[in-house]
Write a protein that binds this ligand. Sequence first.
Ligand code: FES
Length: 171
Amino acid sequence: MYSVRNGVRVMGEVKEEAGAAQPAFEPKIVAFACYYCAYSAADLAGSMRLQYPPNIRIVELPCTGKVNPQMLLKAFEEGADGVYVAGCMEGDCHFLRGNLRAKRRVKYVKGLLDEIGVGGERLEMFNLSSSMGPRFAQIAREMTERIKALGPSPVNRKARASAADEDAAGG
Ligand code: FES
């Protein structure tokens, strides 16, 4: 099947146009942020009017030591395409070793995500201080670009495809 555009026969035009109608993938990213550093850095980024993608949903924690593997996996199960944990600089945790505990847990869950085919690169740990507003914005951009390159999480790719089918059938 072909069509003619500007005097040129274009093969597969119908399929290409159907593909072009697909909305661009906008990942959902959850950031578990320590109140003392990353959350404050996010505030600072806002005050400085720094631009970062709106894909990030921030969950405020008293310390990243509160993060456990179930929370991280649950975020993916609930539809996140990417997740990151942002804690205080190593040695600066207000609860002494919470960020080191989080680092170990993130590493463990990355391994699990690799094993189940979701991909450990969808999860990351960052350390920053409350004065690092620009760094917070940079991390948000980096994670958004990384997850966009990876595409939708396999966990909810199927769910999104069936939702799109339902929309198409309804519309
Ligand atoms: S208080 Fe910030 S990571 Fe522990």
